[in-house]
Design a protein. Structure first.
Lengths: 278, 319, 323
């Protein structure tokens, strides 16, 4: 662990991506305890103010403090994305591991399930699901989570298949271990780096998906702020108060960029280490 | 113990290859064709052959990793592939394997202690943490390593040391038979000598039997009592190791021996080596296209393994 | 003047001193073997000559080939040497060939690059080269792809590639280690034939004492980055002067009854293990494992000196010449 971290510090993508991601997570965390203003406090008198000493990022058309809304919005985005990706990984990784371990018809079944799910365009289907089942954070989580499952299943299976051919797996079989135990004790730890990198990518995609759903009014519901909703509300005020669209837009872009950089950096740091045999 | 330890009886193993044409039946590869071997306790038996001869497939059948298409593998009189899962697990403690690649046969993410203890924990179990630590310690000392090495990871060791760890792992369940599949082929000459010495020492101390699979004839000559030469899935010659190497009776065995370069610059033997060009005849002796002594009858019928009075078996019409 | 003269070649990668002050020379048409175990520096020597070392390596010394010091040449100049004047055969035939190019293309590549041949002429030569390496038409057409050939056949293609431009020196780095023993014999015969017919010098790098005994007239034994013995193959094998050479020879199991070593007896081994390249050792690099070590061996490393057998040993207390 320690040496990965040290190596990571030498990798620019890892450092920049890591710092950005941590900053957002910290902001989201702090929002549980404190925000400059209550995020839903409307002071119509101070509406549409540009950034100032009082309101660091200005106010919106209801006089709500943009910075406070952004902080809570960060928390909502991160929670939804985190849970959705966890659902995807929680179901997808075991499926993929099972497919690689058993082969045969089990493998075929998992692959066809994957193909089936991939056939549906993810974002549009998430829109459809939340539109039908009702908008809200929970349904967004489910909708995004469903489409993460085949991604993790496919990548787990792909990474696990060559591991099954390694001699230490044969040694474990000669020792009498069954495929489930081998998957858990030998296979997954050896493909963990691939899965971690994929998880950061999926996290970034989930942030975008959540923002998209909220933009359409299908995700996090008011009065809970979310970056996507802030964007859609800011459209009407594009020329009056462009800062209302600028800040949530930048936040989404930065967070995604940070996660992608982190994922790239992680891949560089983790993969060559596995190649080192001696 | 008078009953044989391991009996391989008429083993066949066929693989189905990927289809070449959509409506034709898938081609099949006969990796092992009718191999029979009897191994007694504490005996060292070598299997020699080049790539594609079926020796690795045979090894995997002996440790019950792959079920044969036909034939049986019996350990202590029990047919391994007729047993239920629990019973087979009970038998696994008697046969363990050492693999070729010292860098691939140990899980890079596990500590040495966990690696060595794995067969014991899975097949015997019931040991406390303390007892397990002692078992691992003793195994490490047995193979010439330090008990402190238990806490390290595989990448901290050299190739020869890793192979020792692999041997320690194979010993923890006190097996009667160890299958060594090219166990020293990837090691430097001096390291190979150390590991071979270790294996011979352990054999004497623990009464182990070895099934020693190798392409290296000089190693096999040194560490085995009997040897079987495999070609194209079959045994073509079998018998006492020293006798075979001094006086081979199958043309393929002779060709193998001629092919090995001797470390003696004064000895430049003219060699009649014919390369395998991949044209396998459908019938008759598979070695016929390369054989210097070939006769017309060789192409008609594949020779059976004939047993001679001196214990030698040869599969050749002209032996 | 020797065709190739290596003088005081040393290679460092970071703290590791992987090649220590190696010197030797090769005449035109000479067959020189480099034998040793992993980490002894034999492959590094070849890489240094070809200019294929990693960027992190620091190289000092001289590699004089046909009057030019190769270490002073930039990469463009080295490209004119590689393939044309010095060619190399590697260990892995499976990965030495580009899987998406036909074998004809790959054999012709060097000729078209270095000799500027047109397509028709190159094709003609490809067919003739394939024939020389034992892959005659019509069965083996230049349009075949590597995956259609076996390991031994691929290695023959690689040898055809090295011969294509008529180099002065062929470096063969473990060319048969990955091959079956009967195929190995045929490939070694082919290399010997090619080298003799074209008057090429051969650098045969291997860990196998049998291979080097059968394919070379001269021999250098390497240990932990240093050359410890150098002479004619005959002389080295009959005297086994350096304790490491003798230990290496003794540790091999033999096919014929050899001396007093009965099969089944313990093989005489060299105690200890090869030192890490980053270890700083004053004195002889082998002293820690040597049964003939004396006090002077720990002080300063011995250099290659001619012994009474007529070949060179880097040892203060070598074994005498044995009849």
């Amino acid at each position: 662990m320690g040496e990965i971290f040290k190596k990571g510090l030498g990798n620019r993508s890892f450092v920049i991506g890591g710092v950005v991601t941590i900053i957002f997570i910290l902001i989201a965390g702090i929002s549980l305890l404190w925000t400059p203003y209550p995020f839903d406090e409307m002071t119509i008198a101070s509406k549409l103010k540009t950034p100032s000493g009082d309101h660091w990022l200005g106010t919106d058309h209801f006089g709500r403090d943009v910075f406070s809304m952004m902080m809570v919005g960060a928390r909502n985005s991160i929670v939804v994305s985190l849970v959705a990706v966890s659902i995807g990984a929680g179901f997808g990784i075991p499926l993929g591991a099972l497919a690689a371990a058993r082969g045969g018809w089990v493998d075929e079944a998992v692959m066809r399930f994957n193909d089936f799910t991939f056939a549906f365009p993810a974002l549009l289907s998430a829109v459809m699901i939340t539109a039908l089942a009702g908008p809200g954070a929970v349904n967004s989580i489910i909708a995004i989570g469903i489409f993460n499952v085949p991604v993790f299943a496919r990548i787990t299976r792909g990474a696990a298949l060559p591991i099954w051919k390694r001699e230490y797996i044969m040694a474990a079989r000669v020792s009498g271990k069954g495929p489930v135990q081998i998957s858990i004790e030998h296979v997954i730890p050896n493909i963990a780096s691939v899965l971690i990198v994929q998880a950061t990518i999926q996290f970034a995609l989930a942030i975008i998906a959540e923002a998209g759903l909220s933009y359409l009014g299908l995700g996090t519901q008011p009065p809970n702020p979310s970056w996507g909703k802030m964007l859609s509300e800011a459209q009407t005020f594009m020329f009056l108060a462009p800062h209302l669209a600028l800040f949530p837009g930048m936040a989404i872009a930065l967070m995604v960029l940070g996660l992608n950089l982190l994922g790239d950096g992680l891949r560089d740091v983790l993969d060559p280490r596995l190649r080192r045999q001696r | 113990m008078n009953d044989p330890l391991l009996v391989i009886d008429d083993l066949y193993r066929e693989y189905v290859l990927p289809r070449q044409k959509l409506f034709a039946p898938a081609p099949r590869l006969q990796a092992v064709r009718g191999v029979s071997i009897t191994l007694n306790g504490a005996e060292s038996f070598g299997i020699v052959g080049e790539s594609g001869c079926g020796k690795s497939t045979l090894a995997r059948s002996v440790v019950a990793l792959e079920a044969p298409s036909r034939g049986t593998v019996s350990l202590h009189g029990k047919d391994l592939f007729a047993l239920g899962t629990a019973e087979l697990r009970g038998m696994r403690r008697h046969v363990q394997m050492v693999f070729q690649d010292p860098y691939g046969s140990l899980d890079p993410r596990h500590k040495v202690a966990r690696i060595i203890a794995e067969p014991y924990v899975t097949l015997i179990g019931g040991a406390s943490g303390q007892e397990l630590a002692e078992i691992v310690s003793r195994a490490l000392v047995d193979v010439g390593l330090n008990p402190e090495d238990a806490d390290k990871f595989p990448h901290e060791f050299s190739g020869g040391q890793r192979q020792r760890i692999a041997i320690a792992r194979a010993l923890v369940t006190k097996p009667d038979l160890i299958v060594a599949d090219e166990a020293v082929s990837a090691l430097d000459v001096s390291v190979q000598a150390q590991v071979l010495n270790l294996m011979m020492k352990l054999r004497r101390e623990h009464g182990l039997a070895y099934l020693f699979i190798s392409h290296d004839l000089s190693v096999v000559r040194h560490v085995t009592d009997r040897v079987a030469i495999m070609y194209h899935g079959r045994i073509v010659e079998q018998g006492d190791t020293r006798a075979i190497f001094a006086n081979p009776r199958h043309p393929y065995t002779q060709m193998l021996l001629d092919a090995v370069p001797r470390p003696d610059p004064g000895l430049k033997k003219p060699r009649a080596i014919v390369e395998d060009m991949g044209d396998m005849p459908g019938h008759g002796c598979p070695f016929a296209p390369r054989c210097a002594k070939v006769k017309p009858s060789c192409r008609d019928q594949e020779p059976d393994l004939k047993i001679f009075d001196d214990g030698r078996s040869v599969a050749c019409h002209l032996a | 003047m020797a065709l190739l003269s290596v003088e005081n070649l040393s290679v460092h990668i970071g703290p590791a001193h992987i090649l220590k002050d190696v010197s030797f020379s090769m005449e035109k048409g000479e067959t020189l073997g480099f034998v040793g175990e992993s980490g002894c520096g034999k492959s590094i020597t070849a890489m240094a000559i070809m200019g294929l070392l990693t960027e992190q390596a620091t190289v000092s010394g001289r590699i004089v080939f046909d009057g030019q010091d190769l270490l002073t040449l930039d990469d463009r100049a080295m490209c004119k040497i590689r393939g044309l004047r010095i060619a190399m055969v590697f260990q892995e035939p499976m990965t030495a060939l580009n899987p998406v190019k036909s074998i004809g293309f790959q054999i012709a590549e060097g000729m078209r690059l270095h000799l500027g041949l047109g397509r028709a002429e190159a094709e003609r030569r490809v067919v003739s080269l394939l024939d020389r390496v034992g892959l005659p038409a019509p069965r083996f057409s230049p349009d075949l792809y590597p995956h259609q050939l076996s390991g031994g056949q691929r290695q023959r293609v690689v040898i055809a590639m090295t011969m294509a431009c008529g180099p002065d020196i062929l470096i063969a780095d473990e060319p048969t280690t990955a091959l079956d023993v009967t195929i190995q014999a045929r490939i070694l015969d082919l290399i010997a034939e090619v080298v003799e017919q074209d008057g090429m010098g051969l650098m045969m790098i291997t860990h196998d004492l049998g291979v080097v005994a059968q394919t070379t007239d001269n021999l250098a034994v390497m240990y932990a980055g240093a050359m410890v013995e150098h002479g004619t193959t005959q002389a080295v094998f009959s005297s086994l002067s350096h304790p490491y050479t003798r230990g290496l020879f003794g540790a091999m199991p033999h096919l014929e009854s050899h001396g007093d070593l009965a099969p089944g007896a313990l093989l005489p081994t060299i105690p200890g293990s090869v030192p890490q390249p980053s270890e700083k050792i004053s004195g002889c690099i082998f002293a820690g494992r040597c049964e003939r070590a004396q006090d002077q061996c720990k002080v300063a490393p011995p250099t290659l000196t001619k012994n009474d057998g007529g070949h060179q040993v880097a040892c203060f207390n070598p074994w005498g010449v044995v009849a």
